[in-house]
Write a protein that binds this ligand. Structure first.
Ligand code: NAP
Length: 277
């Protein structure tokens, strides 16, 4: 199998554990090439190895786009939710075939209005979330409609729409629920709302979410996973689940609960005596 290798940090490719994994797999007939952008992907690629943490996996997912190439997240440090495997686990699974592919939903965000600035070429697809956020000192008024039905205006620093994959990322920090990755839902959650009575909302993944904003500032920031764009406050957004999904390589012996306990220390309690891990 032809495997593309991506990392945000070139130095990790010199890690002895990674080199050992690549060498074992090469001996077994796998071939490798490095990529930095999606243009580097060559036809016939069987999968993309993302070397790094969950943030690197987000960047890797952007690079495969809608090509259908599965992404395998390999982490040399603390194991994550998207980048869940050590080089040794990944090597064993690839050699034995003990893996499968799971579909992770992506969001597609269409902007109607002026984009004032963008750090990189704009792509409408995100794996974790999109978040509109104030760019200045003023509170942001955010109007959201779900399939055309308006919610009361949010007055907040911002508002995010997250997928189940993103439920353990930014959404978690603003009090959103943790969703198992196969849950077909979207989370709508305000960031620092100036209200006592708003809560994150979970809606079916078929929902079409329209967002408009009011701000005294000249611009609004929108983050899209690990990218950002600057919008005119008059811009409106149309957010929905994309027509294609990201294929993620899932090893047979892995699990979401394991990631919750190892990365987020869920259930860490002296009474559990470490038995949950
Ligand atoms: P970063 O600011 O360098 O790191 C963000 C942290 O989020 C990293 O620890 C990363 O894990 C973790 N992360 C990313 N996706 C995750 C997921 N699906 N589940 C659990 N943890 C996840 O930015 P980055 O590494 O490029 O990642 C961008 C993401 O950061 C955004 O999509 C957003 O969700 C998140 N973010 C969170 C906050 C917040 O919680 N207040 C603020 C801004 C952005 P690794 O260390 O394994 O890479």
């Amino acid at each position: 199998m032809k495997i593309a290798v991506y990392s945000r940090n070139e130095a990790v490719k010199e890690e002895p554990r990674l080199k050992a994994m690549l060498s074992w797999l090469q001996d077994a007939g796998f071939s490798f090439y490095d990529i930095s952008s999606s243009e580097d992907l060559v036809p016939g690629t069987g999968l993309l190895m993302s070397i790094g943490g969950d943030g690197t996996f987000l960047s890797a997912s952007k690079r495969v786009g809608d090509s259908g190439i599965p992404v395998l997240g390999i982490n040399l440090g603390r194991l994550g939710f998207l980048s869940e495997y050590s080089p040794e686990e990944a090597c064993e699974a690839l050699l034995s075939g003990a893996y499968s592919f799971e579909d992770r939903e992506l969001l597609e965000t269409r902007i109607d209005g002026e984009v004032l600035g963008s750090g990189s070429a704009f792509s409408p697809y995100t794996l974790n979330e999109i978040c509109v956020h104030r760019s200045g000192a003023a509170l942001l008024g955010i109007d959201v409609a779900l399939d055309g039905n308006k919610l009361p205006t949010y007055w907040a620093d911002g508002l995010l729409v997250a997928t189940s994959s993103g439920s353990t990322a930014y959404s978690l920090s603003v009090g959103g629920p943790i969703c198992s990755p196969d849950s077909k839902v979207l989370i709508i959650a305000p960031v620092a709302p100036h209200n006592l009575n708003v809560r994150p909302l979970v809606v079916p993944d078929s929902t079409r979410i329209s967002i408009s904003m009011r701000s005294r500032d000249e611009s609004v920031m929108m983050s899209m996973d690990n990218r950002s764009v600057v919008l005119s406050p008059e811009a409106t957004l149309d957010v929905r689940v994309a027509q294609f999904s990201l294929k993620r390589v899932r090893l047979d012996n892995s699990g979401f609960i394991k990631a919750l306990t190892t990365k987020l220390f869920w259930g860490e309690d002296i009474r559990n005596g470490g038995e949950q891990r």
